[in-house]
Write a new protein. Structure first.
Length: 95
């Protein structure tokens, strides 16, 4: 059985072939908060760098990622912090 992080990574990779992808389970930091589950796997942070985001606004990028992950939200994913960049945008930020 795969983890939610594995499924998130697989779905995002399939739809937005990344040059960089980091999926971090932040659930432990949210224990006791709304939407948190005793088993975790409810709160994630994602850094996704992909050429597929070229020409899309921040809102459109976020909408596209949320649409891809719709089934995960339906099955318990509660919160998702997204950082979605093109390779050129990411190169400006990182040395």
């Amino acid at each position: 059985m795969s983890t939610r992080a594995d499924r998130i990574a697989a779905l995002l990779t399939q739809h937005f072939p990344p040059t960089l992808l980091r999926v971090t389970d932040d659930s432990a930091r949210h224990a006791g908060h709304a939407g948190a589950s005793p088993g975790g796997e409810t709160h994630y942070s994602v850094l996704l760098v992909a050429e597929a985001f070229a020409g899309l606004s921040r809102v459109d990028r976020s909408r596209a990622a949320h649409a891809v992950l719709e089934a995960e939200f339906a099955s318990g994913l509660h919160a998702l912090a997204l950082t979605l960049r093109t390779p050129a945008e990411h190169a400006k930020i990182t040395p």
